[in-house]
Design a protein around this ligand. Sequence first.
Ligand SMILES: Cc1ncc(COP(=O)(O)O)c(C=O)c1O
Length: 409
Amino acid sequence: MYDVKKIREQFPMLNGKIMQGHPLVYLDNASTTLKPQCVIDAINNYLCNETANSHRGDYDLLFNMDMKVLETRKVVAKLVNSEPNEVVFTSGDTMSLNLIAMSYGFQFLKKDDEIIVSEAEHASNLLPWYEISHLTGAVIKFIPLDKEGRLTVENLQKVITKKTKIVSIAQVSNVLGNVVDVKSFAKVAHENGAVLVVDGAQSVPHMPIDFKDSDIDFLTFSSHKMCGPTGVGCLVGKYELLKQMWPYFVGGGMNVSFNKNIEMVPYEPPMRFEAGTLNLEGICGFKAAVEFLLEIGIENIHKHDQELCDYAISKLEKCDDIVIYNKNSRNGIIAFNKKGVFAQDEATLLNSKGIAIRSGQHCAKILNDFLGTPATCRMSTYLYTTKEDIDAFVDALINGGDILDAYFN
Ligand SMILES: Cc1ncc(COP(=O)(O)O)c(C=O)c1O
């Protein structure tokens, strides 16, 4: 039985936090998530009791930290069903995608090769590929979106060719919440000799992902969108691909040796991609966050998001002046506008009631042409969101009063 009340008790930000005179209603989880006490404690414990660097422990504290890093790889591997040595720690999803582009992309792409992306992508899954296109002469192609902004296998088949080397898409759009069938995408990519990069920033925290069974080549995500700290995330890559990749970031901790002949021998993956001191307090917090999610059960979190989404949509559909851009996506993200109201004004009005949602282009700046609007409001749920949160949100949306009140009260 999913006990949201009990879950909420573990989040300091949900116990007594007042915003603009109202209890906080946090509906910006696609942006970042709140942190449970176990994550805060894990970070605190590193800072108070466990501080040491990692990499080959000559003394107990350092050895213990090496073990902690290894345990974190194991727990992340369990979450997505990969091998621990396929888990590379990065500063987050954006760095992971840049790392794939600059390492795999720069090494293996040449002029006129193709990189397939979509108009629905976040900047972090477009701009690294733009850079690679400029550096190598590879061509960027876009998968056409269907009427609801979805990415379908049929449309991938329309654009993919034998020149395609990389297909890089978000498994869940951060604006429309649509889910891509990544297993079928991987099959089509592989049939054409391409690799599939899955931006899992919005999927890994919310739904079960099977890296091995889906045959994904690279999967990326951030800890802070799954109850963990900022500044840490992952690139999960098939070991045989990671092994072929020359590291883009170089420095201490990633090499076996180097000499005066300008030669360097990198470690085996994953360490060859982890130059410099890792974000160790972040990794401790990340481990606690993943364990927390596994304890609740990712499938349960997914169902909870879906139920809340259905509940919110059923309420919003009754309001004539609300435009919903993704009625059918059911993944804890709702993109909407109030007719005649600029998105940022609506978000400001909701803020005046203690309700946190997002407005704008959500870093997916090409998608607005498709949506036919310069900006949208986005509300997004997570494992601690309640129906009462949705009620407060819908009530403020409908009966919130004049927008000007939000600015001048
Ligand atoms: C789909 C998607 N990709 C990439 C990112 C970038 O994540 P981060 O800022 O944690 O690197 C986000 C963040 O919102 C996202 O939603």
